[in-house]
Ligand binder design. Structure first.
Ligand code: NDP
Length: 286
């Protein structure tokens, strides 16, 4: 029977580490990290996520601001808001909550955030630097997964790591981070032979968004299973992309949903914001 990976506990430790760093920064340099969150429209899930991020930011001693705009906001108005936050020296991290309404060009908005303030790691410069193996702000969810692997003593080097899902925000950066740690990486998607690929995985990370897509019987005995998926059941409960009970019978470690990867995403956002503040922001060049 697999051991549970307690993401909630690890995330609490990460936030506690950040909190003590914030106290030190404030005492030594009079610096308080600032996180600005931009939310457009009234998507209920976004509202919950943003409230969670703001609460976590305040708990560690950051300044935080939520800029909520009506869904009728124009591209130019939203770009102007991001520009203002880019120029504001009290703001070290900017997060634009996705999804944005369809009339807005999300790629252009994400690219307008100054890379030094892009605490989500979604700016093309940060995403590209990860690909090239250069220092960069890394996407929070895969970064959180890497921390969970570390916590359970799972060394990726030489292991077969299989990532299911190839989104720009989870799957692709996840595969790159595992590759950088010398795993042999397979990146799967909707056209892959999942039973065959999954059964070879020493490390399995699933980020699809299809309830219980990955059958427990496919899991390699002893594998470390990380379930990023968050799917809402009819009764309102959250479930992952992996058939949990059956997978737990074969895996060595497994994340629960909820309480696995979810809390880590917010903790890593907080960590990325602290690091942005510590690096300092050079004045914009005009
Ligand atoms: P996307 O919808 O952007 O990507 C889904 C990926 O899954 C695509 O690459 C798609 O393949 C692949 N896929 C879809 N159906 C199948 C299938 N039947 N077999 C194999 N692959 C399939 O999702 P995200 O990456 O944004 O999110 C994935 C999940 O993770 C969601 O449940 C989301 O809620 C959750 N999530 C959780 C976070 C957390 O903090 N815990 C943070 C971010 C996301 P193709 O490219 O071929 O279409």
């Amino acid at each position: 029977m697999a051991q549970l990976i307690d993401g909630k506990a690890v995330a609490a430790r990460v936030r506690a580490e950040v909190k003590s760093e914030v106290a030190r920064l404030q005492a030594e340099r009079g610096l308080i990290p600032g996180l600005a969150v931009v939310r457009v429209g009234d998507d209920p899930a976004s509202q919950v996520y943003v409230a969670g991020k703001k609460k976590a930011a305040e708990e560690v001693g950051f300044r935080s601001w939520e800029h909520h705009r009506d869904s009728s906001i124009s591209q130019d108005e939203l770009l102007a808001l991001v520009h203002r936050l880019n120029e504001d020296p009290a703001v070290h991290g900017i997060l634009v909550q996705l999804p944005l309404p369809r009339h807005l060009d999300a790629d252009a908005i994400l690219s307008s955030v100054r890379p030094e303030k892009d605490v989500d790691g979604f700016h093309p410069l940060n995403a590209g630097s990860l690909l090239l193996g250069r220092p960069a702000t890394r996407a929070c969810t895969p970064l959180g997964v890497m921390r969970l692997l570390e916590e359970v003593g799972c060394e990726p080097a030489g292991k077969n790591a299989v990532v299911v899902g190839r989104s720009n925000i989870v799957g692709k950066p996840m595969a790159l981070m595992l590759l950088q740690r010398n795993a042999t990486v397979t990146l799967c998607h909707s056209k892959s032979d999942l039973p065959a690929e999954v059964s070879r995985a020493d490390i399995l990370v699933v980020a699809v968004g299809v309830r219980e897509l990955i059958k427990g019987a496919w899991v390699k005995p002893g594998a470390v299973v990380i379930d990023v998926g968050m799917n809402r059941k009819e009764d309102g409960k959250l479930v992952g992309d992996v058939e949990f009970t059956a997978a737990a019978e074969r895996a060595s470690f497994i994340t629960p949903v909820p309480g696995g990867v979810g809390p880590m995403t917010i903790a890593m956002l907080i960590r990325n914001t602290l690091e942005a503040a510590m690096r300092g922001v050079t004045p914009p060049s005009h």
